[in-house]
Design a protein around this ligand. Sequence first.
Ligand SMILES: [Zn+2]
Length: 229
Amino acid sequence: MEQFDNEVLSLLEELKQKHDIRFETHDENYCGVSQQNNTATVFYNPKQFNNASIAHELLHVWLSKFEYHVGSHIYLMCLSDPKLSKIMTKFLCDYIENLFDHNKMYPKYKEMGYSDEDFIVNGLEQKCSISDIKQLSLSFLNVYNANSINRFIGYLLSIYADHVFHDYLEHLSLLKNKNAELFKIVTVFWNRWLIFDVTVIDPIFNSSYEISNSFLDEMETWVANKKIK
Ligand SMILES: [Zn+2]
């Protein structure tokens, strides 16, 4: 572990007060972290060792102290809903959890002095392409496709969550033209997250549940009179 730089070492010191941090190697070209109770295991590839990527994973652990849950809460709330459970899959909800985390950890990551490029895999690339969006077909003969709605939400959030600037004007207008209501629901959801201060969570006055519940209420209304398959 001699390769850790001072930033990683001091974050590790801070985290060790509450967490048991372990490191394991794997052959993938990305880093990852799994957390269970107070144990966090960071997975990394020793052939591509990079302090910025280790710091990124440790920042996920650092965020856990604020105890908010958005993606996982949405997933659980949708499990028993016949329509929303088809849209809000585990994959999408994990993706939301990640994007929302990234938004809150990015300022600290930059403070630590790391580059935009190393923040995530392919960090400088556009997060969604025009052709991805053009291939989306939300409905056919009045039947909505759950998988397309799922991708619509993922694409739009990936654009909003991009930590580097890209010109997404065309992407956004294409998505909006596909469905202005859904576009608005996802946009409001993200904007609520942007102004949400994770450092002062309060069960009544500043709760992440309020953000996920509002999103779910709006989604419920949106799917109410639609056939979804
Ligand atoms: Zn991450």
